[in-house]
Design a protein around this ligand. Structure first.
Ligand code: ATP
Ligand code: MG
Length: 399
């Protein structure tokens, strides 16, 4: 009768194994010493052994030596009722020597007297998951290594940069002292002994003085940049009345513009009357930009300077310097504010300069919480615009 069949433990086991015959997980009955007693086809497929071969072996024989101890400890704990079930991720060594990762769920079957009989094991192939885990771990390790290398490289670069800035600061200082003496003496020669000098000698002295000034300017720019890099450049803001400030500055610029026959126009719009900034630095910014507009202009060109105020969340003074010069190719614009960058080195050499003015100008504008931008068309001209809050604000971001 059907009911009797179900009562027989052997039949029950047979039915159980029949159900797992075509299952996609390994299913096994293992003796208390580890001998395989029954195995389903999936387990054979997983390990590469035939059913006959497996049944003549123990699980210990195909378990990876590194995983065996954990497996045996679990098994012992289950037998001693310290553990309800043996759950373990482990490796089998297949017949062809390859490794397969499995997740084992082994349950101990006991008789009515509670004596251990055998283990029933479910064996899932988790090789792909483990491989993915391993790949993830490897990537993580690689990323960590790369991160460490980058941090080291950054530290080395920062140290080198700090040393470079320190070197530049020291050198600039050392160079300035004798240079000031050269400039001072040449100016004294020009003023006091001008009458007793021949024309040729006067020209030589003039040349010494202008070259000295040029070199001093360059050294000062390098010193400023190295101070900015080490965060040591401090601005001293104060309220500046723009009209007198510009009236003081314009004649020097007018003079260099007139040498090239350039018309330099200034429009200071109503409302743009005051600005809280460091006057030395504002002068430097303005001077650099207008000097460039003159230097990179054509003969008899124009430079239009327009200063106005915008009232928004934060009132700002905007200064726009527009020229009719050689212009800047679009692909060169992103590099324009980098140190020592010159679009056309031969032209710049002829026009004098080291490519530091714009880099310094940008830093100085940013130190005032402002911003600078440029629009340009080759052969037509360029417009540099800088904007600064009317009331001094510390830099919003890294400079
Ligand atoms: N108004 C402009 N028109 C065309 N090109 C410009 C203009 N301003 C700057 N440039 C280009 O940008 C480069 C960088 O300008 P920057 O002021 O930094 O250096 P410089 O004028 O060559 O030298 P320095 O200012 O250090 O004396 C210039 O060499 C030039 O190629
Ligand atoms: Mg310049």
């Amino acid at each position: 009768m059907e009911a009797d069949i179900w009562k027989s433990p052997i039949d029950l086991e047979n039915r159980f194994f029949a159900a797992f015959r075509s299952a996609d997980v390994g299913f096994t009955k293992v003796g208390l010493n580890g001998e395989w007693l029954r195995v389903n086809p999936k387990l054979c497929e997983l390990t590469g052994y035939t059913q006959e071969e497996l049944l003549s072996m123990t699980f210990q024989e195909i378990t990876h030596p590194d995983d065996l101890e954990a497996d045996l400890i679990n098994m012992k704990d289950v037998l001693e009722k310290k553990l309800a079930i043996n759950l373990l991720d482990k490796r089998y060594i297949c017949k062809d020597g390859s490794i397969v990762w499995v997740h084992l769920t082994a349950t101990l079957i006991r008789d009515e007297m509670d004596n251990p009989l055998y283990f029933i094991g479910l064996i899932e192939d988790i090789t792909e998951r483990k491989q993915a885990d391993e790949a993830l771990k490897k990537s993580f390790k690689e990323i960590t290594e790369i991160k460490t290398q980058l941090e080291q490289a950054k530290e080395i670069a920062e140290n080198a940069n700090a040393k470079k800035s320190q070197f530049l600061a020291n050198m600039s200082h050392e160079l300035r002292t004798p240079l000031n003496a050269i400039i001072g003496c040449s100016e004294m020669l020009q003023k006091i002994f001008s009458d007793s000098l021949t024309e040729k000698q006067r020209n030589y002295v003039h040349y010494i003085a202008t070259s000295g000034h040029h070199l001093l300017n360059l050294i000062n720019e390098i010193l400023d940049l190295s101070k900015i890099e080490t965060g040591k450049l401090t601005v001293f803001p104060e309220w500046i009345e723009l009209e007198p400030f510009l009236a003081n500055l314009m004649p020097i610029l007018m003079e260099s513009a007139s040498k090239k026959n350039i018309h330099l126009n200034l429009v200071l719009q109503k409302g743009a009357d005051r600005l809280e900034a460091d006057p030395v630095r504002l002068r430097q910014i303005f001077f650099n930009l207008v000097s460039n507009a003159i230097k990179f202009n054509r003969e008899a060109g124009e430079v239009n300077v327009q200063i106005f105020k915008i009232n928004g969340d934060e009132a700002c003074i905007v200064c726009r310097i527009q020229d009719t010069g050689i212009g800047i190719p679009q692909d060169k614009i992103p590099e324009l504010f980098s140190e020592f960058y010159q679009v056309d080195a031969s032209y710049a050499r002829e026009a004098e300069g080291a490519g530091l003015g714009l880099a310094l100008t940008k830093h100085l504008v940013k130190l005032h919480g402002g911003d600078i931008s440029v629009e340009s068309e080759e052969g037509v001209g360029s417009t540099f615009t800088f904007k600064m809050p009317v009331q001094f604000t510390s830099p919003k971001m890294d400079i």
